[in-house]
Design a protein around this ligand. Structure first.
Ligand SMILES: *[C@@H]1O[C@H](CO)[C@@H](O)[C@H](O)[C@H]1NC(C)=O
Ligand SMILES: *[C@@H]1O[C@H](CO)[C@@H](O)[C@H](O)[C@H]1NC(C)=O
Length: 267
């Protein structure tokens, strides 16, 4: 467990180091519509902070990562699902004039275990109200069938009562990225949220082509940041013989490499 945490932190630290250690070059289109590198650099900090294990420091925003670009953040609610080992927080970044929601994926099982899960479990949940849209049961349930979702929704309500109808930015790394995507979609589909932006890091694929298509229409402000040395985003493999059951990434993908190159690809 400790090792896994270290691994994740290492991945995040590498990602962060590569993104802030040097000037990033855009490999392809420099002015890709909607891609805001300043914002991505801020959100990776929020996505990393959710891994901090001292909940008191996290809540009071005094943890070691709770500084710099995220200074002044006000946590509204920390949501912890002990049984499923999931964690998230909702708060307000006054400098961005936005509610920030960050998810941490499970830490209980080794990374190996849930990668194997991804390989062998089918896309066996039909996303409610979207014909032909199949999603991965595990990720869908982690958001929709745990104490995480009600906790997040209540906290957003609380934040809105204080700060009004500000923008909502949802982020997460790895499995937390998958939950962030389900959350962003949920807010748009079921809670009439406007101005929802989703930025994920090393997010695994979560649904088939039909789902990806619905998703990108409903939450167009989504950016997946991936790292070539992080194998998670490349799993599970495509199942060529069952196209309706294959996983598809969202259309917009930002690619980080450790050399600090970055590209934005549209599929
Ligand atoms: C990028 O995001 C930052 C932080 O939210 C914001 O201040 C800036 O105006 C944005 N830039 C563009 C081009 O939207
Ligand atoms: C939700 O969780 C409960 C208990 O953990 C389980 O029995 C049920 O099958 C789950 N539903 C879905 C759709 O995964």
């Amino acid at each position: 467990m400790g090792q896994r945490r270290l691994l994740i932190l290492a991945v995040i630290v590498c990602l962060f180091a590569s993104s802030c250690g040097r000037e990033l070059k855009l490999k392809h289109k420099d002015n890709h519509a909607g891609y805001n590198h300043t914002l991505v650099k801020i959100l990776v900090e929020y996505a990393s902070a959710v891994y901090m294990s001292d909940l008191t420091e996290l809540f009071s925003w005094t943890c070691s990562r709770c500084d710099g670009l995220t200074k002044g953040f006000e946590v509204i609610e920390l949501i912890v699902d002990v049984q499923n080992c999931l964690q998230g927080y909702v708060g307000v970044a006054k400098d961005l004039n936005a509610i920030i929601i960050a998810f941490r994926g499970t830490q209980e099982h080794s990374i190996q275990n849930w990668i194997e899960d991804l390989y062998w479990k089918q896309l066996d949940v039909n996303y409610p109200g979207m014909p032909d849209a199949m999603v991965h049961h595990g990720f869908f349930s982690a958001y929709h069938n745990t104490t995480i979702r009600p906790g997040i929704l209540t906290a957003i309500q609380e934040a809105k009562e204080i700060y009004g109808d500000v923008d909502i930015m949802v982020t997460g790394h790895s499995m937390g990225g998958a939950m962030a995507a389900f959350c962003g979609l949920d807010l748009v589909v079921n809670h009439e949220a406007q101005n929802v932006q989703v930025v994920t890091f090393g997010q695994p694929r979560i649904g088939n082509a039909a789902f990806a298509s619905y998703y990108s229409q409903l939450v167009p402000n989504t950016i997946r940041v991936t790292n070539e040395h992080d194998i998670v985003p490349h799993l599970p493999p495509y199942y060529y013989y069952f196209p309706q059951k294959t996983y598809h990434h969202f259309p917009r993908e930002v690619f980080f490499s450790f050399r600090g190159d970055i590209s934005v690809t549209m599929h």
